[in-house]
Design a protein around this ligand. Structure first.
Ligand code: NAD
Ligand code: UD1
Length: 376
């Protein structure tokens, strides 16, 4: 292809090939959530017909209203047909509701984001986590199987690697969970591996996310944690915005270049592009294939703080405190398999992540809620 379109003029004349997901009908569970909302938008922009299913336990329908508006704008600008987004309020664990949703909105594939994700909460409420994440997935699989929609992309996590023995972490690394949340991800992965092995009609892809950060560049979609954020990036943006006095840096004595924890931050737009690649190119063949979705680069807490200070033009005061229980010193991916087999790699750097996350925070100081709602 690059030889054929060797000059700029020839490239301009050659039509853009249709996206492989054009016209695909895709169920997105957790479509109103942080990653799900960005995925809905990317799917709509690719010409897929999207059905979002969410119970709004950790999100609001406002996110989907904005997804629709952004998709309409982007389709109109490209002269593409208007986007097709159906929004269903429902719970994963409610089989009759899932059946009804799939009857009303037939799909051929699903991207399964819906789940509870707070590690600390999962230690305090394991039954709730197993029920929601494991029973919920089982119920979803049953409904999809009955509907004949046997192509699935599952949101797994780097948490399934536990404390890694080797860096960077490749997909073959030993799997182990260190908390109930991680155990739900591992249990669902096991379940999906068994299913793919047992029934060749299923095409299942497991995507293990490293540390998603950033927001849509419009500033209209982003991460909207309820209460004090557990994770680093949203905490930093709230400090930069003046909502919190200072960041606590958990540990300054790790065996890392600056002593603080090292992670593999990945822009949420790169992450959702990985889902589109998996939907289009996931192969099945009796295996639920796992892929790391990471940038493949370790970034320390202090490096991320510096990127946000630069992006926001504000100081981010911090104090170094003791290590957080259960934290590992460093965790970053070997993302070569995703490049080789899905043709996907992350292209956005930490400066872009910080810029987009900061724009979201600055434009939406109370997330998707209005200032009045935030006070009540
Ligand atoms: P999120 O909480 O913003 O989104 C999850 C969505 O699922 C929410 O809209 C919530 O209301 C919905 N939901 C939860 N339980 C449901 C149920 N029973 N029925 C219907 N809807 C339900 O989280 P996110 O950051 O967008 O994460 C999406 C997925 O990715 C999760 O499965 C999470 O475990 C996984 N993941 C996230 C991260 C991360 O750092 N954000 C990292 C690794 C893996
Ligand atoms: C989180 C999840 C983990 C998930 C992973 C990838 C938790 C407890 N763990 O872990 O299950 O697999 O993301 O998505 O939520 N930090 C601070 N101060 C803070 C917050 C964090 O110094 O206020 C440090 C941490 O010690 C760590 C780094 O920042 O070194 C990143 O922390 P976090 O954003 O919570 O991500 P993970 O620890 O990777």
């Amino acid at each position: 292809m690059s030889e054929v379109c060797s000059t700029r003029k020839e490239r301009a004349l050659s039509p853009t090939p249709p996206h492989p997901l054009l016209g695909a009908r895709v169920l997105v569970t957790g479509g109103a959530g942080y990653i799900g909302s960005h995925a809905c938008l990317a799917l709509l922009e690719a010409g897929a017909r999207v059905v979002s299913l969410d119970n709004y336990s950790n999100s609001t329908p406002e996110a989907l209203r904005r997804v629709r508006a952004l998709a309409e704008e982007s389709c109109a600008a490209r002269g593409a047909p208007p986007p097709s987004l159906d929004v269903v309020e429902g719970d994963l664990c409610d089989l009759p509701a899932l059946r009804a949703a799939l009857r009303a909105h037939p799909v051929s594939a699903a991207v399964h984001f819906a789940g509870l994700k707070a590690v600390g909460e999962s230690c305090a409420q394991p039954l709730r986590y197993y029920h929601n994440n494991v029973t919920g997935t089982l119920t979803l699989l049953r409904a999809l199987d009955e509907a004949g929609a046997r192509r699935l992309v599952f949101s797994s996590s780097a948490t399934v690697y536990g404390d890694p023995e080797r860096l960077p972490i490749a997909e073959e690394a030993p799997l182990r969970a260190t908390n109930p949340y991680g155990q739900t991800k591992l249990t669902v992965e096991d379940l999906l591996r068994d299913l793919a092995r047992a029934d060749a009609r299923w095409v299942i892809t497991l995507l293990r996310y490293f540390n998603p950060v950033g927001a849509h560049p419009s500033g209209l979609l982003g991460e909207d944690p309820a209460g004090p954020p557990n994770n680093l990036a949203p905490y930093i943006t709230q400090v930069a915005a003046g909502r919190r006095a200072r960041l606590q840096v958990f540990g300054g004595d790790y065996p890392t270049p600056d002593g603080t924890g090292v992670r593999d931050y990945i822009h949420v737009l790169d992450l959702v592009e990985g889902h589109l690649a998996a939907l289009a190119r996931g192969a099945g063949g009796g295996e639920a294939r796992a892929y790391n979705l990471g940038a493949g680069r370790g970034v320390s807490v202090l490096e991320l703080v510096a990127a946000f200070e630069h992006a926001s033009g504000r100081a981010v005061p911090y104090e170094v405190v003791g290590r957080r229980a259960g934290d590992v010193a460093a965790c970053y991916s070997d993302a070569a398999r995703a490049l080789r087999e899905l043709g996907w790699r992350a292209t956005r750097g930490v400066d872009e992540m910080a810029r987009d996350a900061w724009r979201w925070q600055a434009q939406n100081p109370h997330g998707y809620r209005s200032a009045q709602e935030a006070l009540s």
